[in-house]
Design a protein around this ligand. Structure first.
Ligand code: NAP
Length: 552
């Protein structure tokens, strides 16, 4: 049997203890965890191979903003010791190699069905089973239904008039072709200046004949200062495996950097602040936001770091008009900040033009390019770096229905806050678990740390249910309400909720607004989840095995 045949083969069995959707960081570990515990389990992924977003995000310059040594699994020390990252920030290809290595090491592919999009997952209350259907019409049943669909996997392509008429090629950064896109000598337009745009723009600019960047809202960038890892650093890292694991798990965000000064930014003089910000800037990476303890809660404190970055933009970008357009005015970090490599410098190139589509919005895509209210730009290639329908979007791609046929979409339609219990479970959806679901730390953390926490919690929970002869677990409505209220309260104390972003659902037309992430801290959240488990799954209804279960 060839490798390819093996990867795409179908499992003849269609009844499992657990079905997992996704074969990225979440799905791979969930599969391993449950298989090790003796459950029959099968994962499904629409892609032809493992990797999740790292399979799909192949745009030029794609890499991760978490440092390599913590952007990996920590559950297996053996794996941690075996794998060696090449540089401070991992590139997409290296992350994908890592996930392939994991899949091979633990022989995971034999329980993953690729090229299979799950169309529907309906809870059958009479038989206490999840009934799933793939897009090719195959029916599957399972006791537990677990989503590992990622938070940023459902692309947002704005509904511009005329896109179909565009005569050139167009791409979304989240679904990039495997073949190299040839920008040489071409007139290229990039729409969007979030993480994906900011990473791809400098790389595309090096090759393109002319690059037009269509910017609506500028990002706050700090230098990544990426570099090859020194072998001695790698040796120390591997020797410190247990400590790194502990620190990331107990931290606020799943990273190793900690609060630098436990005082207000306003307690320092402007000169002291400048020195402190400069130190972090010189080191590179995320860190500015943790220089003082009130940068994400106090608008005046926040303005000091925002102004620091604006001054750097002014120093770097030679054309004063372009520099002004690149300066963000919203609260620093309220939208996801970005680590950059030569981003601001790119605007000093003769072949790069920044187009302000805030003051002159895009009105349509024409056969020849992009038309704004002021001008038409002729383009050969168009790149949508326009982001994602985050958090809820990937879940809504599957028709998920719980008790009484109520869909997850209907349950969450009301806004302003998504209702979940711990971001893991939902009242009305027994035996369903979400890995990094809405209202968990998810995307505001170093995600692999949050994924491992959810996977281990879910794995422990299923073992507990098995040991105690329980076949149904369901979040209680009152526990869910209390959790959502707590999420809201914590978020409202910060500046995150005072700015429109994908965190709040504001980037998608018609999406109910609500802050979709728990910002109480990764370590604190872990403790809450552990306490819930220690109290016999407090906030959940547990129903013992019914002898009458019938599976048709
Ligand atoms: P994003 O942050 O949502 O950025 C989308 C960009 O497209 C924004 O600049 C947005 O402008 C613009 N846009 C959307 N619709 C538009 C329209 N109709 N007209 C003009 N501009 C429009 O998306 P992303 O850059 O793909 O990043 C999403 C998240 O994925 C990141 O925040 C990060 O969490 C993750 N990510 C991480 C990395 C990394 O680790 N380096 C890389 C890529 C992605 P507005 O701001 O005005 O809406």
């Amino acid at each position: 049997m060839t490798f390819t045949q093996h990867k795409s083969q179908k499992n003849a069995n269609t009844d499992f203890d657990a079905v997992i959707i996704g074969a990225g960081f979440s799905g791979l570990y969930m599969l391993y965890r449950l298989r090790e515990a003796g459950f029959s389990v099968q994962a499904y992924d629409a892609a032809p191979d493992v990797g999740g977003v790292w399979y799909a995000n192949r745009y030029p310059g794609a890499k991760c903003d978490s440092e390599s040594i913590i952007y990996n699994y920590m559950f297996s020390e053996e794996l941690y010791q075996e794998w060696t990252w090449s540089s401070r920030y991992p590139e997409q290809a290296e992350i994908l190699s890592y996930l392939n290595y994991v899949a091979d090491k633990f022989d995971l592919r034999r329980d993953i069905q690729f090229n299979t999009r799950m169309r529907a997952a309906h809870y059958d209350e009479v038989n206490n089973r999840w009934r799933l259907q793939t897009e090719d019409g195959t029916h599957i049943t399972a006791t537990y239904f677990i989503t590992g669909v990622g938070n940023l996997s459902s692309s947002n392509i704005p509904k511009f008039k005329g896109l179909d008429s565009f005569e050139g090629d167009w791409y979304h950064t989240g679904h990039w072709p495997h073949e190299k896109v040839d920008f040489k000598g071409k007139r290229v337009g990039v729409i969007g200046t979030g993480s994906s745009g900011i990473q791809s723009i400098p790389v595309i600019a090096e090759e393109a004949g002319h690059l037009f960047v269509f910017q609506r809202t500028p990002g706050y960038c700090t230098p990544a200062r990426n570099h090859a890892y020194d072998p001695e650093f790698i040796r120390q890292t591997k020797a410190n495996y247990s400590e790194i694991k502990r620190q990331t798990r107990e931290s606020a965000t799943g990273y190793l950097h900690k609060l630098i000064h436990d005082r207000s930014a306003l307690a320092d003089s402007p000169e002291e602040r400048q020195r402190e910000y400069q130190k972090v800037w010189d080191r590179g990476g995320f860190g500015l936001g943790t220089t003082y303890n009130d940068l994400i809660i106090n608008p005046t404190a926040n303005e000091t770091v925002a102004e620091f970055i604006r001054s750097k933009i002014g120093e770097t970008v030679k054309d004063p008009k372009t520099a002004e357009l690149l300066k963000p005015t919203y609260y620093f970090a309220a939208k996801r900040p970005v680590l950059d490599t030569n981003y601001y410098e790119t605007y000093n190139r003769d072949n790069v033009t920044l187009v302000d589509v805030k003051s002159a919005p895009i009105t349509e895509i024409t056969p020849k390019g992009i038309k704004t209210t002021e001008e038409e730009y002729a383009l050969d290639i168009l790149v949508f770096a326009t982001g994602y329908d985050a958090m809820t979007g990937p879940l809504f791609k599957i028709d998920i229905r719980g008790k009484d046929g109520i869909s997850l979409k209907e349950k969450w339609a009301g806004g302003p806050q998504t209702r979940t219990y711990l971001g893991i479970a939902n009242a009305g959806f027994p035996n369903m678990f979400m890995i990094t679901g809405p209202e968990s730390p998810s995307s505001l953390s170093n995600v692999p740390v949050s994924i491992e926490q959810h996977v281990e919690w879910i794995g422990d929970c299923l073992e507990y249910l098995r040991e105690h002869g329980i076949t149904t677990i369901e979040a209680k409505a009152e526990a869910e309400e209390a959790w959502s209220a707590h999420c809201r309260e914590v978020a409202d104390a910060t500046l995150y909720t005072k700015t429109d972003s994908w965190y709040t659902g504001a980037n998608i037309e018609g999406k109910p607004r609500g802050f979709l992430i728990y910002v109480g801290g990764v370590g604190a959240y872990r403790k809450i989840c552990d306490e819930v488990a220690a109290k016999g799954y407090e906030g959940f209804s547990l129903t013992p095995t019914s002898a009458k279960e019938t599976i048709s």
